[in-house]
Design a protein around this ligand. Structure first.
Ligand SMILES: [Zn+2]
Length: 407
């Protein structure tokens, strides 16, 4: 059993034209007009493949290929929204390889015991509405529907109003539903598979993640008449924190990655000493214990930096996701599938969050990775060679069939 490479390539090209940027990337923000067109395209293809399409209260799209009565489905899914000037592979590949797997089952007239279902999740990226993975989060019962509906984009537009505007405010309850397995194919978004010349990663889990927010209160004053000895500069303390965050990763070595990705300076003008700085700290590691050791080091580094500059601060560790191991049986099925497909592979961990993370909280889940050229993603240069996509899609197909069982 193999997928149809030419048909898959055509699908990637067709869906990739919706929201395409002049430089070959993709801008398809969640619930925008482009997202609506991408969704409409998916729904049309699902209908052609004979799937029963339903939409839930969060605009998640489900397309079911029936199995024997009473069996929960094997789900394959990902997302069709993108970041601004992102790439055509993140998310898209997951839904298109899932679609191709179902089309291949149809070609071979294969009947399965468990239904096979394709799912397109709403607003995975979190580029327009925060938090990311909001719709799988609601489905997993981790985010209240009301809170998700009231999420606003930067122009103050509510998520629920946009769902309604584009015609994807469905009636089906967005609640945990039974499933046999959830499988998500996704680009790796890191360099490892490419560096090692491998086509597929069998994902064992998603790293633990911790997010902190630091606000430093300096004394805003004139950049000229204020002598250095009486200054309390919020940005100088922040600068020390930025380098300390890098140092924590070096000191704890291993797999820990630490990032200050957002920094807001007030008033952010040439001739004023910064009075207030807000910055973010993102730390990730496969082991929860490493984060348990890193956070007190962060506390100490912030305390010392702010003490030296004589500035008060608030440090908040506001979001923590433990290491998410994927289901053993699902991971084993993916590994059997990749072996049967003949692709070169290894087991890997995901350093990024995915809808599969929330799905793993309510049922057996697993992921298939394909390489990202240069490890790059969330940019127009995002690229995965078709040979690797084909291997990934075959792995997805065989794993889904294995888990669904022949009727
Ligand atoms: Zn993604």
């Amino acid at each position: 059993m193999r997928i149809d490479r030419t048909r898959l390539e055509q699908s990637i090209e067709e869906l990739g034209r919706i929201g395409e940027t002049p430089r070959g990337g993709l801008t398809r923000l969640a619930l925008s007009d482009e997202d609506k067109r991408g969704r409409d395209w998916m729904v049309a293809r699902m209908g052609e493949a004979g799937l029963r399409v339903t939409i839930d209260q969060m605009g998640n799209i489900f397309g079911e290929r029936p199995g024997a009565p009473g069996f929960p489905p094997v789900m394959m899914g990902s997302h069709v929204d993108s970041v601004p000037t992102g790439g055509k592979y993140d998310g898209q590949l997951g839904v298109l390889c899932g679609l191709e797997a179902i089309r291949s089952l149809n070609d071979h007239r294969i009947e399965t015991r468990h239904p096979v279902m394709l799912v397109v999740f709403t607003n995975e990226e979190g580029a327009r509405f925060q938090p990311a993975m909001i719709a799988s989060g609601v489905m997993a019962g981790k985010i209240a529907l009301e809170d998700a509906y009231n999420a606003r984009d930067k122009d103050g537009v509510r998520l629920v109003d946009e769902l309604e505007r584009i015609g994807y405010l469905g009636a089906e309850p967005c609640v945990p539903r039974p499933f046999r397995a959830y499988l998500e194919l996704h680009i790796e978004q890191g360099p490892r598979l490419e560096e090692e010349g491998l086509s597929v990663g069998v994902v064992e889990g998603i790293v633990a993640i911790s997010w902190s927010r630091l606000t430093i209160h300096g004394v805003q004053d004139h950049a000229g008449p204020t002598p250095m000895r009486i200054r309390h500069d919020a940005l100088v303390a922040a600068a020390e924190v930025v380098t300390a965050v890098r140092r924590i990763a070096r000191e704890l070595a291993g797999d820990l990655v630490t990032t200050v990705g957002s920094l807001t300076v007030a008033p952010n003008i040439v001739n004023a000493i910064p009075g207030r700085v807000t910055l973010s700290i993102d730390m990730r590691d496969p082991r929860d214990e490493t984060l348990d050791r890193a956070l007190p080091r962060l506390d100490r580094a912030v305390r010392e930096a702010c003490k030296r500059e004589g500035v008060p601060y608030e440090l908040e560790h506001y979001w923590r996701v433990p290491y998410t191991p994927f289901d053993r049986e699902v991971v084993a099925a993916v590994e059997r599938a990749v072996q049967a497909s003949g692709a070169r592979y290894r087991r890997v961990l995901s350093g990024a969050g995915h809808d599969a993370q929330y799905m793993a909280a309510i049922g057996p889940a697993g992921m298939v990775f394909v390489p990202s050229r240069g490890g790059r993603s969330h940019c127009e240069e995002e690229f995965t060679p078709l040979d690797d996509i084909e291997h990934g899609a075959n792995t997805l197909l065989l794993a889904a069939l294995d888990l669904a069982g022949r009727a």
